[in-house]
Design a protein around this ligand. Structure first.
Ligand code: FMN
Length: 183
């Protein structure tokens, strides 16, 4: 199956490398789309090497031999779109229909199941705006893997940690399978 992994500017972005490896190890094809902030944490080169596919970061920098915009190509390619880790900022964009970068535009164009794995500081997670955005997206059929409790990068033991990549991959594979069977 085909998975698109969306990576955002969270300290947990390094765990998305392991998530890509989980899909590749299981024999799936993976494409990665990153926000510009995500590139501050992990390089596109890492994902290009792990996925053996080009990585999309900007909307407007197209390969010369590819007329199809990357966000449409990725949306068409995906049997499931997994955004892990997902920042509070991207959650807000998803909930409000904002598509001002390759990742959020892919979300808007995607008709396959979407799985979001938020990861952030506990106060960002508990913020009323964040919780309202999650509730709205759930209402609209977006799937979530909730953050877990544990030691966070900000030095506290609280909720906000990205679950293990193997767990996220397993949920995504199940969603993609169900979606394919329902077609
Ligand atoms: C060191 C560092 C770690 C961060 N970790 C997170 C995080 O885990 N979750 C989050 O929502 N934002 C985090 N941020 C804030 C985001 O990077 C910031 O909101 C950024 O604008 C997100 O961009 P994006 O949503 O387009 O990827 C972090 C910022 C820094 C400097």
């Amino acid at each position: 199956m085909n998975f698109v992994v969306g990576v955002t500017g969270s300290i947990a972005a390094y765990k998305a490398c392991e998530l890509v490896r989980e899909f590749v190890k299981a024999g799936h094809d993976v494409r990665v789309v990153m926000t510009k902030s995500a590139c501050e944490f992990v390089t596109p080169l890492t994902f290009r090497t792990l996925s053996k596919n080009p990585v999309a970061v900007t909307l407007f920098n197209q390969e010369e031999d590819n007329w199809m915009p990357a966000h449409i190509e990725l949306a068409n390619f995906a049997d499931a779109f997994v955004i892990a880790p997902c920042t509070a900022n991207v959650l807000a964009k998803l909930a409000n229909g904002i598509g001002d970068d390759a990742l959020t535009a892919t979300f808007l164009a995607c008709t396959s199941p979407v799985l979001v794995a938020p990861s952030m500081n506990v106060h960002m997670w508990e913020n009323k705006s964040t919780q309202a955005n999650v509730a709205l997206l759930e209402q609209r059929g977006v799937n979530f893997v909730d953050p877990e409790s544990g030691d966070l990068a900000c030095g506290v033991n609280a909720k906000g940690k990205l679950p293990e990549p193997a767990k996220i991959a397993a949920v995504a594979i199940e969603l993609a399978q169900k979606h394919k069977e329902s077609k």
